[in-house]
Design a protein. Structure first.
Length: 311
């Protein structure tokens, strides 16, 4: 029976989800597993330069994995897919253009695009595409999947007990809640495929996406205008950018200095440092690329503070 009266819960929002036409799932991992299971994908090619979560999800879904290399433009190189094998393409830092993706899809129709770092890039028709929410917004879960795979009944995630790190950082420092955030990341490795929690869906409906996209774009362009001459990567502007990828020969040394000054620049794919050859491009990309923060929380003054470490 529906409750009436009593104290108030969190306000309910009625805005757009941006990805309203996608299937809302609990995380990117769930999107991958759902897609592989529903389309009965048995073989898949992954880039060497990739987080181990994707590989674990593919193995959990029972898929056989092969690997391919990428170039400095983040495009696949020397692909040689076997019969029935799917191609998994990651849009690193949102740097892959639509013409590149269309060209790949024409050659490899069985293709999945991972837009975990390109939330504001809408999917191309006919290409299975997935997104994650936690890389862009203060929510405890959330992923979106565009697919023509048959939809099935799923349990819904419950996330109110995992909101502590999100709420805590709103009023205090990140360090005080880092352990909680890590526990939340680990949570998804033990869960099956679930729908997005009602709490996260509600929070996502309260976001001004146009404002977020514009702020991220502005900050990215500002960093690029000051750092492009130092950047060993030839990167282009991105709408609603995830981060600004600055590659330096001694990037690892700068990362340490930035973190000491409370500018948190992670190694996004630490597993690559253990799995790739030290003289490989993949190792260099993991070790020396600095994903500089440029999201909606920050302004030009914050970008100047980041830039000052490279001048």
């Amino acid at each position: 029976m529906k409750e009436i009266g009593g104290y108030f819960e969190l306000e309910r929002f009625s805005g757009s989800l941006l990805h309203d036409k996608a299937l809302p799932l609990s995380c990117g991992r769930a999107c991958i597993e759902y897609l592989l299971e529903q389309k009965q994908i048995k073989k898949i090619a992954l880039p060497v330069f990739l987080c181990d979560v994707v590989r674990e999800s593919c193995l959990k879904a029972g898929a056989e994995i092969s690997y391919y290399r990428i170039g400095a433009d983040f495009m696949p190189r020397d692909l040689n897919l076997s019969e029935g094998e799917w191609l998994y393409v990651t849009d690193f830092y949102g740097q892959l253009g639509f013409p590149q993706l269309v060209g790949l899809h024409e050659k490899y129709p069985n293709m999945i695009v991972d837009n975990a770092q390109a939330y504001f890039k809408m999917p191309l028709k006919g290409i299975d595409t997935l997104y994650t929410c936690r890389k862009f917004f203060g929510v405890p879960d959330g992923g979106f999947l565009y697919t023509d795979a048959p939809e099935r009944e799923l349990p819904t995630d419950i996330s109110y007990e995992r909101m502590n790190f999100v709420l805590g950082r709103f009023e205090k420092s990140a360090g005080e809640f880092y352990a909680d955030a890590s526990c939340n990341n680990d949570y998804f490795s033990t869960q099956g495929i679930k729908r997005m929690s009602a709490l996260t869906e509600n929070l996502l409906r309260g976001i001004d996406y146009e404002s977020v996209k514009n702020k991220r774009s502005e900050n990215y362009l500002y960093l690029h205008s000051h750092l492009k001459d130092l950047n060993l990567l030839d990167v282009h502007p991105v709408e609603g950018a995830f981060a600004y990828p600055l590659m330096l020969r001694n990037g690892a040394e700068y990362r340490k200095k930035l973190i000491e000054n409370k500018i948190f620049v992670p190694i996004l794919w630490p597993n690559v440092l253990n799995e790739a050859e030290k003289d490989s491009l993949e190792y260099e990309l993991a070790y020396n690329v600095l994903p500089l923060p440029c999201d909606q929380r920050y302004n030009t003054e914050d970008m100047d503070r980041i830039i000052s470490f490279f001048k």
